[in-house]
Design a protein around this ligand. Structure first.
Ligand SMILES: NC(=O)c1ccc[n+]([C@@H]2O[C@H](COP(=O)([O-])OP(=O)(O)OC[C@H]3O[C@@H](n4cnc5c(N)ncnc54)[C@H](O)[C@@H]3O)[C@@H](O)[C@H]2O)c1
Length: 263
């Protein structure tokens, strides 16, 4: 580790599980003070805080704008402005749009897209006053290309990608950078819930076959990208959507590399 985030205050939504927790771990390893907004403290989060007792947890639903603003005001009073925001809170559900009802549709849009908007809104004034900040949204490759049955999720993540570019445009002159990370298929509790269902065996194999590195990703590999974007190493990068997908979206596989002995 490089101590790249020494003295930074990092707020991570969805920080007690999966990608958010991996970011919390990496940022803490790099010297940051870490705060998670999430619905609940997981066992993994509790284990993490035994190593880093200064890490703070707030029980917050990201769809609750006033709650996020109140918590950020408390954090700012204690530590100063939030330097890094990662918006990893999210849900993946629903199906083709004739098969979902309005409640399911709105839940996905509300948590994934509206939640991202509300989290960014809560920290931006503090970042502007400080003249510096890095916002990293966890979008998805499914915000760039559609996935079968992904209706609400695709729409929510496509919205996150463009919202991130918009934040980069509107707040760049105030010193705030904003980038989206677009993960591919990453082994987290969310991934396991869907992919470990016995009905998904063939789908899982088909997806893995399209990943050019031949394997699913690890949450730590997304955290490594987030650490780069949060750090001063990325000081001239804003408005970018960074695909971290093992080559899944690089092109379509048709078995030719295997035929040629490369697979
Ligand atoms: N795992 C993947 O393959 C993958 C791929 C692309 C993008 N993503 C995105 O990465 C992010 C993290 O997903 P993950 O795979 O780590 O899943 P995860 O389920 O392990 O973590 C998601 C976290 O978000 C929290 N959360 C959900 N709704 C919330 C709400 N209303 N308020 C506050 N917290 C809430 C959950 O409690 C959980 O801790 C999500 O936005 C997801 O869409 C994941």
């Amino acid at each position: 580790m490089t101590n790249a985030l020494k003295d930074r205050v990092a707020l991570i939504t969805g920080g007690t599980s999966g990608i958010g927790l991996a970011c919390a771990q990496r940022f803490a390893d790099e010297g940051a003070t870490v705060i998670a907004f999430d619905l609940k403290e997981t066992q993994d989060w509790k284990a993490f805080t035994t190593d880093y007792p200064s890490a703070l947890f707030y029980s917050i639903d990201v769809t609750d704008g006033p709650a996020q603003k109140a918590a950020v005001a408390e954090i700012e009073a204690k530590f100063g402005a939030v330097d890094i925001l990662v918006t990893a809170a999210g849900v993946r559900e629903a199906g083709p749009i004739t098969m979902v009802d309005q409640v399911q549709w709105e839940r996905v849009i509300n948590i994934n897209l509206n939640g991202t908007f509300l989290s960014a809104q809560a920290v931006l004034n503090g970042m502007m006053n400080k003249g510096k900040g890095s916002i990293i949204t966890i979008a998805s490759i499914e915000g760039l290309v559609a996935n079968e049955g992904g209706g609400a999720y695709n729409a929510s993540k496509g919205g996150v990608v463009l919202l991130s570019k918009n934040i980069a445009m509107d707040y760049g002159r105030k010193g705030v950078r904003c980038n989206a990370i677009c993960p591919g298929f990453i082994e987290t509790p969310m991934f396991d819930d869907i992919m470990n269902d016995s009905s998904m065996t063939d789908v899982r194999a088909s997806i893995q076959n399209q990943v050019k590195l031949g394997r699913f990703g690890k949450p730590e590999e997304i955290a490594a990208a987030a650490n780069f974007l949060a750090s001063d190493e990325a000081s001239y990068i804003t408005g970018h959507s960074l695909v971290v997908d093992g080559g899944y979206t690089a092109g379509h596989s048709h078995g030719i590399v295997q035929m040629l002995g490369l697979g």
